[in-house]
Design a protein. Structure first.
Length: 284
């Protein structure tokens, strides 16, 4: 049995360590920002004051004001809560639909599995972004409809991952022993199969979080997501676009926030993938 060289083990351990530290710092930053946003914000994010429009940084407005005189820092923090909150909501709903469907299709097989594969093939025929745009357009502009469109698009990838893992695991001896001992199908799926798919699903979910954040921000940018006066990073980018030459920081701040959060989410996904020793095919 081959063993990994000591230097490679040390490098991998160091990589895990700094990625774990960054992940914890990211989580701490989100918690602190959320607490600050809900407990200590001194400005109404919907209150307009045209006399204070497009002001620079000051003690009263640390990041200045936008074209309607609203405090940029207030809207940036609350917009982060909107973007991250709805991204996690869409991700959670996709998991709640995809995991049970994949478990049942992979374990039961038969007509349920065939039906699922036909549905999956239909969704995989088009890129996620295109399908989400079409569904959002059909459902109508609004953050709720956008979240629903993302859930419809994303649940299939989790169901496919769970199904493929269950198909592999259900052929192993411990599943045969469980059946021989008289355990019900529901018991086998929840007690024996679900723990084996948890690592794979967690990795895919962490990698998908960044994609969902980008999807919500980009569709809000073109007017299919959050509607005024709701603060949201993509919508803030769109609102600030006409003032890019005079006040470029109005676009820079939400843009940096999106890039930073997506980058950290992807780093967390890489760490979890290495931690659970999940193959890179989970990203597909």
């Amino acid at each position: 049995m081959k063993t990994m060289p000591l230097c490679m083990q040390s490098t991998k351990t160091k990589k895990h360590s700094w990625q774990a530290i960054i992940g914890m710092l990211f989580a701490l930053l989100v918690i602190v920002a959320s607490l600050y946003a809900f407990l200590y914000l001194k400005h109404d994010h919907t209150l307009t004051d045209l006399r204070s429009r497009l002001q620079g940084m000051s003690a009263l407005h640390p990041l200045g004001t936008d074209h309607l005189g609203r405090d940029v820092l207030t809207r940036l923090l609350l917009g982060g809560g909107q973007t991250l909150g709805y991204s996690l909501l869409a991700l959670g709903a996709a998991l709640l639909i995809g995991i049970p469907f994949g478990l049942i299709a992979g374990y039961k097989r038969g007509w349920i599995d065939k039906l699922f594969m036909r549905i999956a093939d239909a969704f995989l025929a088009f890129p996620d972004t295109i399908v989400a745009i079409v569904l959002s357009g059909l459902l109508g502009a609004g953050i709720g409809n956008l979240v629903l469109a993302i859930v419809i698009v994303k649940w299939v990838s989790y169901a496919r991952l769970v199904r493929s893992t269950v198909l592999s695991e259900s052929q192993k001896d411990y599943i045969r022993v469980a059946r021989t001992n008289g355990l019900s199908d529901a018991r086998i799926m929840t007690k024996h199969l679900l723990p084996h798919i948890a690592g794979h699903v967690l990795v895919l979910a962490s990698l998908d979080l960044g994609k969902i954040i980008l999807l919500i921000s980009s569709l809000s940018y073109i007017g299919l997501g959050a509607q005024p006066p709701t603060p949201e990073w993509g919508a803030m980018l769109n609102d600030s676009r006409p003032y890019f030459q005079s006040r470029p920081e109005l676009m820079v701040f939400p843009g940096l926030a999106i890039v930073s959060v997506v980058l950290l989410a992807n780093m967390l996904g890489d760490y979890l993938r290495d931690r659970f020793d999940v193959k890179k095919e989970v990203q597909s």
